[in-house]
Design a protein around this ligand. Structure first.
Ligand code: PDD
Length: 280
């Protein structure tokens, strides 16, 4: 596989990043994941725009502009013959001479890395047909979840807690309300209304979320952007998640309790179809 590191396309075994890189030492970096379906990038513009925002929020400079970024994405898809899969992009604050909490001088260049993952049949994942199971856990992440940083240890722990409980993922709860999934936005449906957490610093502003809510409104579905409780989730008619890697994925069980009929619901199924149809 060929990867991209600081302006160069190189075989993955030859790619090098400094041990002093602040991404490695401080998780001082941001990332994006963009899906590829049939060789085409999904929602690239949204991901590039959010990347710029994440960088700005952390006073980090962008090593490449949007057009260059698009060109690199396309080149990697081409070189690695990706039909279905994803592209991971990461920008970290670079490698100053010493470890220091303060940000380095402006002449330290950020490190940019991109790689692909091949996932044949990504859009026809068997999980989408049966739905996934989630558990609830306390949200113990930092307070700026609107910035897509590489600081992902708590979400990883959440995923492991889910696996240990025989589930697929965890929904995180703060002050009695669900924030989001470990790596996705969370939704419930009650009496035909789609309910999902409103945007703020408490959740990542999902690119798939924005597209799905737009399609839902265009299809005259009712949408409420507000926090919801675990109690509401367990009594919902259906539930689902969205992300660049799962698109729209039904959730059929929460903390061992069936949601609705315990099968993927009609709203989730319809939104998945619309999303895949419209964004390809
Ligand atoms: N995760 N919330 C969190 C905490 C996320 O990490 C993600 C994405 C989302 C959904 O955002 P989007 O629709 O833009 O992918 C919500 C990516 C896929 C990941 O970490 O792999």
């Amino acid at each position: 596989r060929t990867v991209y590191v600081n302006g160069q396309f190189v075989p993955e075994g030859e790619a090098k990043v400094s041990v002093f890189d602040r991404g490695f030492l401080f998780a001082d970096g941001v990332y994006e994941v963009t899906s590829v379906l049939g060789g085409k990038l999904i929602d690239f513009d949204g991901h590039a725009t959010r990347l710029e925002r994440s960088l700005r929020e952390l006073d980090m400079k962008a090593p490449v502009d949007k057009d260059e970024l698009l060109a690199v994405h396309r080149e990697l898809v081409e070189i690695n013959s990706i039909e279905d899969g994803m592209i991971y992009l990461q920008i970290t604050r670079g490698a100053p001479a010493d470890r220091d909490f303060a940000y380095p001088a402006a002449d330290v260049e950020p490190t940019i890395v991109l790689f692909t993952q091949n996932k044949p049949g990504l859009a026809d994942s068997p999980a989408a047909k049966v739905g996934i199971k989630v558990i609830s856990i306390e949200d113990q992440r930092w307070g700026r979840r609107d910035i897509k940083t590489v600081q992902l240890l708590y979400p990883s722990m959440g995923k492991m807690m889910a696996k240990a409980a025989g589930a697929d993922d965890a929904w995180m709860v703060e002050d009695g309300k669900v924030t989001e999934g470990t790596s996705n936005n969370a939704y419930i449906v009650k009496d035909g209304t789609i309910i999902t957490r409103d945007l703020g610093t408490e959740i990542l502003h999902g690119i798939t979320r924005a597209a799905v809510l737009r399609f839902a409104r265009e299809a005259q579905m009712k949408v409420e952007e507000r926090g919801f409780t675990l109690e509401e989730a367990k009594n919902a008619d259906e539930a689902f998640i969205t992300s660049a890697s799962t698109f729209v994925m039904p959730v059929v069980e929460m903390d061992g309790q069936k949601i609705g009929t315990g099968e993927p619901g009609p709203v989730a199924k319809r939104l998945r179809e619309i999303y895949l149809e419209e964004s390809r």
